[in-house]
Design a binder for this molecule. Structure first.
Ligand code: IVH
Length: 701
């Protein structure tokens, strides 16, 4: 058990449990929904362990919404939900050889009566990707889902279909009529690097690590984007099967290979703990050269009948465990702390380090997160620090070496003035919690050159307006030369350049052709898609998914802007109706309202509106959607999906859902007990489907 948990008083334990609950929930959301980890896996694991330890020591404090019972985060909006027929499980962790020995010991004890029973285990790499469940019916891939919270995931069939390792039809024979294959979607280091190179060349975003990039790629609403990411898949487990198909884990996984799946070549089977640990240490040595990220080794009891008997705890099997690799660490000197100013004014401290090799990679910079973190670790410039890379996440400073020299150095004082513009930098009080925000922000907004430049970079970035040839480098240079100070200036650049004495074509790095190309690329974006445009504005808390929600809800930019302005003024129930947009919470709503309430932003938007006309929002649907443009009515009681799920399916495929049947209706989906609407549909001779018929249609589309 964790240090000191037993010694906590009940009050202190409760306070700590609540604090950890909040921190872990926030980390879950950052990791699973926004694909942006804010803490390292090792930090997460440490917090989770302590959380569980408190629950064990103080069972009376266990919360109804305990995170011990929960895997990952609830699914984000934007995809239809899929309820897993059999939940997607998590794994217990082992952090040392002793933990593994204890795990095997527990198994021996459980089956203790059967003295001669041999317990074989498989050992295989734990792939650091995203798990997915793939449903095959009669050997054909019909639906694929993310894990989500373990019980309900997201329907990402179209995206999974783009992965070459996922067969559309199973090969060979002997597969059950219905089988859910489970495994890990991941991105290779080579693909990750290539993507970052492509992105850098066009001034796009820098992706942090393969895992989160794979996650982001899977959650694209447009599957052609996923297709470009060249994701891979290893099959290692299964969920629902209509019939048994193997007796052991080893045999089962090899069958998955026969049916056309990629399986990890490093799986072994053994009855000896020594061999399991030997395999773990061998894989650890190979880790850096595998070409994809792994974060440990998974051991599974081999015989499936024994797995059944050993059973489950909460959300993890008793018969399997993940033996995690320790984070890779090294010691070096902290040479300086630089403060970077982000798009929303956040002051982020970056550690500049004397270069050091950590797990085969040279590290020169590390994140220090924020002011509180620096104080907590008491980091001082000149200190000897322990640096860690966990997975492929940005390196972290774990601790400082607390020697005499450290004590003699001056404490680091976090700036309260923005280093880029000299405006005061403040920490806001969070309206909900009443606590100080951890982030100190520059109050200069667009007066601050750092914020202005970052905003401009964001505006033209890949997932925003995506202007070719206008990358980070060009934006910075144009800002410094005064060519582009506001987003609207991008669109008047050509016109002003024609009259200028310092023509762009005569500048270093430019020529007649490249300038022409740039101006054409800018012109090509005068009618951007609405969701991209909203995302491009860089409103705090409005990421791509949220931007798409607004676009979908309001249809046009004018309608969105009017709704936000009305909400800001609290006209009638404008505020409530703004908040009632599915998936929009208080934080986002407040942020959007304050964005539109700002006069400078209004002026910037007016200037933009003179140059740019965002398109009306249309749902992007796959070419073979049989539902696109059609009006669908659901009637009767639906048994296989909720009504909102059915609606989301129709909308995702470009259909409209209506509550009443008329001559304008195209498809009527009738569940049991359908009455007058069904009758009317029959009278009108409309296409009527039952739930299965609808699901088949959705699967085809
Ligand atoms: S088995 C019933 N095998 O690890 C056991 N999981 O921490 C289900 N993972 O959700 C999982 N590689 O995303 C298994 N070889 C492997 C794995 C693996 C990666 C992931 C998977 C799971 C998570 C649990």
């Amino acid at each position: 058990m964790d240090d000191g948990v037993e010694n906590l008083g009940v009050e202190a334990a409760k306070a700590e449990l609540d604090r950890l609950h909040e921190a872990l929930s926030a980390a879950d959301i950052a990791y699973h929904q926004q694909d942006m980890p804010e803490i390292t896996d090792a930090e997460y694991d440490a917090m989770k362990q302590r959380y569980l330890a408190i629950e064990v020591a103080f069972p009376q404090l266990k919360r109804a919404d305990s995170l011990g019972e929960k895997v990952g985060a609830a699914p984000a909006e934007g995809f239809a939900k899929v309820t897993h027929a059999i939940p997607m499980l998590s794994l217990g962790n082992a952090f040392s050889d002793e933990d593994v020995e204890e795990f095997v010991q527990r198994g021996r004890k459980f089956f203790g009566r059967e003295k001669d029973l041999q317990l074989d285990f498989t050992a295989e790499p734990k792939i650091d990707g995203l798990s997915a469940s793939l449903r095959y019916e009669n050997g054909v891939f019909v639906q694929g889902a993310t894990r989500g919270d373990g019980a309900v995931g997201e329907d990402i069939t179209a995206n999974l279909e783009t992965i070459a390792d996922i067969p559309h039809k199973l090969k060979g024979s002997g597969w059950p009529e219905v089988i859910e294959i489970r495994g890990e979607v991941y991105m290779t280091h080579a693909q990750f690097q290539a993507l970052n190179e492509r992105s850098a060349a066009t001034g796009g975003q820098i992706y942090v690590n393969p895992r989160n990039t794979a996650a982001g790629s899977l959650r694209q609403l447009d599957s052609s984007v996923t297709a470009q990411r060249n994701l891979k898949f290893f099959a290692y487990a299964w969920g629902f099967t209509s019939a048994p198909f193997a007796e052991t884990q080893f045999e089962a996984v090899n069958k998955l290979a026969d049916w056309g799946f990629a399986i990890n070549p490093l799986m072994i089977r053994t009855a000896s703990v020594a061999d399991m640990l030997k395999h773990y240490h061998e894989i650890e040595v190979q880790r850096a050269t595998l070409g994809y990220d792994i974060d440990g080794v998974v051991y599974k009891l081999d015989r499936l009948d024994l797995q059944q008997r050993w059973g489950f705890v909460a959300r993890a099997p008793r018969w399997a465990i993940a033996h995690k690799f320790p984070a890779e660490q090294a010691t070096t000197i902290l040479e300086a702390i630089d403060i970077q100013v982000g798009r929303t004014g956040a002051l982020t401290p970056v550690a500049r380090l004397k270069p050091v090799t950590v797990g085969g990679v040279v590290v020169e910079n590390a994140t220090l997160h924020n002011e509180d973190e620096i104080n907590r670790k008491d980091v001082r410039v000149g200190d000897t620090v322990v640096v860690q890379r966990a997975g492929d996440v940005i390196p972290q400073i774990v601790s400082v070496v607390d020697d005499e020299a450290h004590q003699a150095r001056e404490k680091y004082v976090f700036p309260t003035i923005c280093p880029a513009c000299g405006s005061p930098a403040e920490r806001e009080v969070n309206a909900k919690t009443g606590k100080l925000d951890v982030i100190r922000r520059c109050t200069g907004e667009l007066v601050c050159p750092a914020q202005a430049v970052e905003q401009l970079k964001h505006f033209v970035s890949r997932n925003a307006l995506d202007i070719d040839g206008l990358g980070d480098k060009q934006v910075t240079a144009f800002y410094e030369e005064g060519r582009i100070l506001h987003a609207a200036d991008i669109f008047t650049l050509a016109e002003r350049d024609a009259k200028s004495l310092k023509r762009l074509k005569d500048q270093d790095g430019w020529g007649e052709t490249s300038v022409k190309k740039l101006f054409a690329a800018i012109d090509a974006r005068r009618e951007p898609e609405l969701d991209r445009f909203i995302f491009a504005l860089g409103i705090r808390h409005v990421g791509e998914t949220t931007a798409a929600l607004f676009a979908k809800t309001y249809g046009t930019f004018e309608a969105f802007r009017a709704a936000a302005i009305a909400a800001a003024a609290h006209e009638g129930d404008a505020y409530e109706s703004f908040l009632s947009v599915d998936g929009i919470g208080e934080t986002v709503a407040q942020s959007v309202i304050s964005f539109f309430g700002n006069e400078r932003n209004q002026l910037a938007l007016d200037a933009l509106a003179a140059e740019v006309t965002p398109k009306e929002y249309v749902v992007r649907v796959s070419a073979n959607s049989e539902v696109a443009g059609k009006t669908v009515v659901f009637t009767g009681s639906l048994e296989k999906m909720s009504r909102s799920e059915a609606k989301a399916m129709a909308e995702r495929l470009g259909g409209k859902v209506s509550g009443s049947v008329s001559a304008k209706t195209d498809i009527v989906v009738a569940g049991p007990g359908a009455g007058s609407k069904l009758k009317k549909a029959e009278e009108l001779g409309l296409e009527v489907l039952d739930e299965d018929g609808w699901l088949e249609l959705v699967a085809r589309s």
